[in-house]
Design a protein around this ligand. Sequence first.
Ligand code: ADP
Ligand code: MG
Length: 691
Amino acid sequence: MTDLSTIPVTRLSGVGPKLAEKLKRLQISSVQDVLFHLPLRYQDRTREIRIADLLPGTEAVCSGRVVSTEVLFRGRRSLLCTIADGSGEMRLRFFHFNKQQQQKLREGVTVRCFGEARRGPRCIEMVHPEVQFIVPGSPLPVTDSLTPIYPVTEGLHQLSMRKMTSAALVYLKTAAPSELLPLDHPQAISLSAALLTAHRPPPDVSVEALLEGTHPAVQRLALEELVAHRLSMQRVRFRASEQKSPVILKSDSDLCQRLISSLPFSLTNAQTRVIDELAADLSTPQPMLRLVQGDVGSGKTMVAAAAAALAVGSGYQVAVMAPTEILAEQHLLSFSRCFEPLGVKVGWLKGKLGARAKRDSLESIRSGTTNIAVGTHALFQRDVEFSRLGLTIVDEQHRFGVDQRLSLREKGLHSDLVPHQLTMTATPIPRTLSMTAYADLDCSIIDELPPGRQQITTVAIPTSRRREVIERVGQAITDGRQVYWVCTLIEESEVLQASAAEDTLQELSEQLDTIKIGLVHGRMSGAEKEQAMTSFKSKESQLLVATTVIEVGVDVPNASLIIIENAERLGLSQLHQLRGRVGRGDVESTCVLMFEGGLSQRSRDRIAIMRQTNDGFAIAERDLELRGAGELLGTRQTGSMNFRIADLLRDKKLLDIAKDLADRIQSDLPESIDPLIARWMGEDAPEYGNV
Ligand code: ADP
Ligand code: MG
């Protein structure tokens, strides 16, 4: 039988080299990859609703006649098209468009659009809706089943994804993907049938079962994914056990002790315990693979510094890496502050460094003059060579993109030793799940905050009271404080996020005209971001408008107020991270969650949790419980986990079955291991030595 993983995606009709290039970003290169690129969720487009009944924040189908179309040049060039259906008016807003699209949307034509409604400056809007042109007199094309929504990347549309999956599904009839699970497993449905249902739910399928993920097709696929996941973790452990790392003994150096004594505070019990756990790992030739979880502000940096001191004290180098320049720079500051007085040399490497600075930096890493190298993923580029790398520390590793895949293994290689590996995260995941999520890592938890932390008061305010919120911002600044204003829009689109931030900046500048306002978003260059951050840190600007790029790590103790727009759209853990930007100094702090009117009960519950507790672990637990309550297929993220179809909470019952199956495959069908991992995880599969 034909192996679908060997048929290139370009074989599908409509997929040319250009599209293939974009698909690569989703790790789709074969027909099999297309089939395993499962819908993120489903949309119900079987009903059309009146414009007057649109609720901001919800997705819907509407139709209407084009009343006017204009191109705006203020700020970013955009195409604005107003449509009316008798009940009301709505605007369609496009940031990317061509002449042809502009002409097609001329006055008088009737369109049907699908998109997410949001509050606009004048009336309700849809940003980049899907548009169909309706010829008067001909019947509307009806949708009678759920519409799959695929994970996409910039420049790739749902329509192309749907066309492509349709073409790939044709192959299923002649070349089903091989069944790799033991054949007597309790899931009765075949892999092909399950894939077909997931991609193109037939009209008679139970909508509920599909949305809730209880449908046998979903369960069949989820089980296989969980098995693949488990096998991949076992593979990492196994490969690590074949390697050797340097033995780093606490007794060989007193650097760690000197570091701890030099601190202006004493460590918390939790910090001390975790440092001991790290020291124990480092003292054996087995490579350490440990994750330190700790809430925002729990003092992870000091724990990492202590581990670094152990390694440096034994004559090894340490690499400390963060996913963004802002964060990396913060680490540089903390590490330099702790270590330079002790005679330890801290070096710095980032992507955009002057040629001269870069050469010097590389040279001192190579020669071993630099003891601790701090940087972004630039640290793991090919041209970086360490002299004796003994430990790598990676902060917020899940925030590194796949294209920044970091290979640590070949870095430190000296006398065949690989570096120990420590990862840190402030996104806690409930203990019940970390067993599965991080089965390839040992976990340490810093479950205590340093004494004397300020409580953060959290309030929820509807956008209709925006004016009041802006006044409050002005007041805080008059009182000498600093403020964050976080714009969130559509998580997947940095372009739209950036443009929302720019709009907000404009609005706030008009209303708070004596205040200096900075801006940070993901479309700015590293230097521009740095500039904005530096001027906020030095109080040159008092208000910082930002997208969620400021989520982790940013430390400005004088900031005491944070406004988070569209709070209903963010996960609780993400909100918690953002909120952790304030309450870092000795002033009382407030977090304002702004939300669109018409909150669902679920959003109300979520906001209530944010107000009740400041404990990241408790929040993560509650987040999971809530997600369990009939959430759409969509939410599959659990901390840093990204499953295509499995959901750790929903599929809890499958975890034990998956474990048994994985064990059986390990002993009886070892030839299935690699192909199973490959088709479910592709390049995302954890490899020992990659983070
Ligand atoms: P996070 O876990 O969020 O990375 P940090 O390591 O940045 O937290 O620590 C937050 C702040 O708390 C820093 O300013 C740090 O110096 C301080 N800190 C860390 N440990 C302690 C401690 N034991 N007592 C008091 N302050 C501490
Ligand atoms: Mg930190």
